[in-house]
Design a protein around this ligand. Structure first.
Ligand code: ADP
Ligand code: MG
Length: 236
């Protein structure tokens, strides 16, 4: 399955169709995208242009109609649901706009979940890693609380800790600051900048032009096509 590419993300001829009430809608129109290790990539574009659909293909949350997606050297397309879930758990950290912490689990249990799922290390090692990640994110004092008792910024920092649990090379975030006040958004964005400086590859959808300006590479999604530096469709 390893195709020998050095790219962390390699998207080729990706098409995604959805069935709408009036027939088939092509939401992603044969797009290409390559992201190298250590890159920090912003994804912008109007609401409904296909940003989340693209992100969900890259994270394996949803599957393409046609085309291929390789993450960290393995193609997602042919994987069974079980294999895909496990591969995703080990290689891709996902951060959402509304945090998606499981409400009935404590913060540390949420961070333990991806490690328990992939059975990484001993239970004690997992616990220590979870606590250390929460410390790095500045929310260790919240470890034994339920998500609902935390502020939005604290929940997002806990969710970032969860995304790092299995030490994936790639972090993908869909509007991770969209539900935070601007000061907290800055703080969370700075955490991502630090992760990139530590060698992670990072892709983030954002509506915030100020944050987009701080991304070394920005891709625009317009009506299901990718544009970069004024260069339409087919970003390589
Ligand atoms: P963005 O994240 O850029 O706002 P999305 O990727 O969420 O846009 O959506 C792009 C288009 O695809 C929209 O027209 C949306 O209505 C449609 N769409 C997204 N998911 C589905 C789905 N599961 N079923 C049908 N249509 C969908
Ligand atoms: Mg979206």
């Amino acid at each position: 399955m390893n195709n020998g590419t050095a790219a962390v993300v390699q998207v080729q001829d990706l098409i995604k169709d959805f069935q709408g009430p009036y027939g088939t809608i092509q939401v992603l129109k044969k797009i290409n995208l390559s992201v190298q290790p250590g890159e920090m990539v912003g994804v912008c574009g109007p609401s409904g242009s296909g940003k989340s659909t693209l992100i969900n293909m890259i994270t394996g949350i949803d599957r393409p109609t046609s085309g291929t997606i390789d993450i960290a050297g393995s193609q997602l397309n042919g994987m069974s649901e079980n294999k895909l879930a496990r591969y995703r758990g080990l290689h891709i950290g996902v951060v959402f706009q509304f945090f998606q912490l499981l409400p009935t689990l404590t913060i540390i249990e949420n961070v333990l979940l991806p490690m328990d799922f992939c059975r990484k290390g001993t239970p004690r090692q997992r616990y220590e890693r979870a606590m250390s990640l929460l410390e790095q994110m500045g929310v260790a004092d919240q470890a034994h609380k339920l998500p609902a008792s935390l502020s939005g910024g604290q929940q997002q920092r806990a969710a970032i800790a969860r995304s790092l649990a299995n030490d994936p090379p790639l972090i993908v975030a869909d509007e991770p600051t969209g539900n935070l006040d601007s000061k907290t958004a800055q703080h969370v964005f700075h955490i991502f900048e630090e992760l990139v400086s530590q060698g992670k590859t990072f892709i983030m959808v954002t509506h915030d032009p100020g944050l987009a300006r701080r991304m070394p590479r920005v891709i625009e999604v317009l009506d299901g096509r990718l544009y970069e530096n004024g260069n339409g469709n087919g970003v390589h």
